[in-house]
Ligand binder design. Structure first.
Ligand SMILES: Cc1cc2nc3c(=O)[nH]c(=O)nc-3n(C[C@H](O)[C@H](O)[C@H](O)COP(=O)(O)OP(=O)(O)OC[C@H]3O[C@@H](n4cnc5c(N)ncnc54)[C@H](O)[C@@H]3O)c2cc1C
Length: 184
């Protein structure tokens, strides 16, 4: 594994300046952030965690961590089965669960714009309430759509409708160095 640095009090202060009381360190970190739903990957506590609320916060946090060689593990709802959100290298867990807003529907083009922490079950129900169907339907409905996109989740309806990637038209992405890019 690559060598990383520890989160010093100075770095913690920088991260706290970005996220305030949504930045947690040491004993303040939720123990659930140490694992996903597959026990074989074990439990690995990060040094710190942050519940982000905006793209700009993610960008600022990534700039700080990149400049200081702090490993960052992104986490949605932690329902994964392949250890993707398990912070094996320690460092910082960056959780998107508070970015859970469904922003707008474009009914002319049957498109919805959402934040990454929206839960699959909430998007599916909200789309239905708008007379639409969101087809991707993996078994775990409390996963975030960001996690579904990252894992390209499928499910029973994939045979007829395709998988998550077939329903993503555009993404706002924060790169490891904090740059924000628009895709699609
Ligand atoms: C009971 C059960 C049934 C399931 N059934 C199916 C199924 O039928 N078909 C199927 O395909 N899958 C299935 N899955 C797996 C499911 O697709 C994943 O659990 C889900 O997609 C992960 O979403 P999450 O929000 O929990 O992500 P997490 O587990 O938190 O993270 C998963 C990965 O996504 C990354 N990630 C999360 N959010 C972001 C983001 N915003 N930006 C960048 N990276 C991000 C994480 O770093 C990690 O690598 C099932 C899982 C369970 C527990």
């Amino acid at each position: 594994m690559a060598s990383y640095n520890k989160i010093t009090p100075e770095i913690a202060a920088q991260l706290r300046a970005v996220a305030g009381n949504r930045f947690y360190i040491n004993d303040g970190v939720d123990p659930n952030y140490s694992h996903d739903e597959m026990p074989i990957y074990g439990k690995h506590m990060p040094e710190a965690a942050v519940d982000v609320e905006t793209t700009e916060e993610v960008s600022e946090i990534m700039k700080i961590c990149s400049a200081n060689r702090i490993p960052v593990t992104c986490r949605g709802a932690g329902t994964g089965l392949v250890g993707g959100c398990v912070p094996l290298a320690g460092g910082l867990v960056l959780c998107t669960k508070r970015m859970n807003k469904i922003l707008e529907y474009d009914m002319d083009n049957l498109v919805v714009r959402i934040q990454p922490g929206v839960l699959l079950k909430d998007l599916a129900a909200d789309a239905l309430a708008h007379g639409l169907m969101y087809p991707p339907d993996p078994g775990e409905k409390t996963a975030t759509v960001g996690g579904n996109i990252s894992t390209n989740a499928g499910g029973m309806r994939a045979v007829k409708y395709g998988v998550t990637r077939d329903y993503v038209l555009a993404l706002t992405v924060v790169l490891a160095d904090g740059r924000i890019i628009e895709l699609g």
